[in-house]
Write a protein that binds this ligand. Sequence first.
Ligand SMILES: *[C@@H]1O[C@H](CO)[C@@H](O)[C@H](O)[C@H]1NC(C)=O
Length: 318
Amino acid sequence: KEKEMEVTNKTILTEFILLGLSKYPKLEIFFFVLCMIIYMIVLFGNSVIILLSILDSHLHTPMYFFLSNLSFLDICYTSSFVPKMLVNFLSTRKSMSVLGCAAQMSISFAMGTTECVLLAVMAYDRYVAICNPLRYPIIMKRTVYVYLTALCWLIGSLNSLFQTILTMQLPFCGKNVIDHFTCEILAVMHLACVDISLNELIMLVATIILTLTPLLLIFVSYVFILSTILKIRSAEGRSKAFSTCSAHLTVVIIFYGTILFMYMKPKSKASLTTDKLIAMFYGIFTPMLNPIIYSLRNKDVNAAVKKMLSRKLYLQKM
Ligand SMILES: *[C@@H]1O[C@H](CO)[C@@H](O)[C@H](O)[C@H]1NC(C)=O
């Protein structure tokens, strides 16, 4: 008899409810406005980076190819959950279809993994550029960097596809309230009515491999980069060499710093909402920072912006 109940219940689940901030309705408007503004900046800043790296021939280098891909990733990542989250802030019925949930989960997970791997590829690019400058054009050929980027996308997508399928094939029987802003994969997993320890283990192992291996590669690259930079005699040469990788290093520190901060900090039951808010906020805040970091610290990007603006003024005068 109980078996039967489970089977019928399993077919009932067609949607999830995302709790979000429903316990604090007054905060919802505030976060709606805040997230809307940040999302607009994310879209604008990252589109500018992509446009510049396509239009400006000075930026037709591997570094800007990777960077525009990073911007594209950030746009996809935020767009996978922010619009729905914004709608949910304003509506009383915060539902999400099972299919929509799976799509959102897989896209954001794929983008996260791809970004980890891409940051390692970018570190390798900086390593070759600084430690092996003469052979850089030969090593980082167009086919090589396009292939490397495609490989990052492949790794990210496969991992996400695998994890999403593992999660969505779990039997759900009735419990469908996700105490989160998005269809976060772990939160969804916890709704299943079977033992999920194996799923959690697989997820943990995959996450450790896919975040720590890139981190290790980045670390090794920067050890070589720093030792090369310190050997440069002139102070001017040293700061010039460092300036080509400082933006990447800043992005890496923010990205991995956020991940480590999230996982290392003790989880307190009392401030669960605060934890989720912080997690959500970082999720849209860091994609906003990447273009800012790269354009503030970079003469090439600034020059490209100025050139594009002046060209536009020139065209208007004609
Ligand atoms: C990102 O990389 C892929 C694979 O190499 C490429 O096809 C695509 O055009 C790139 N996108 C951007 C915006 O640079």
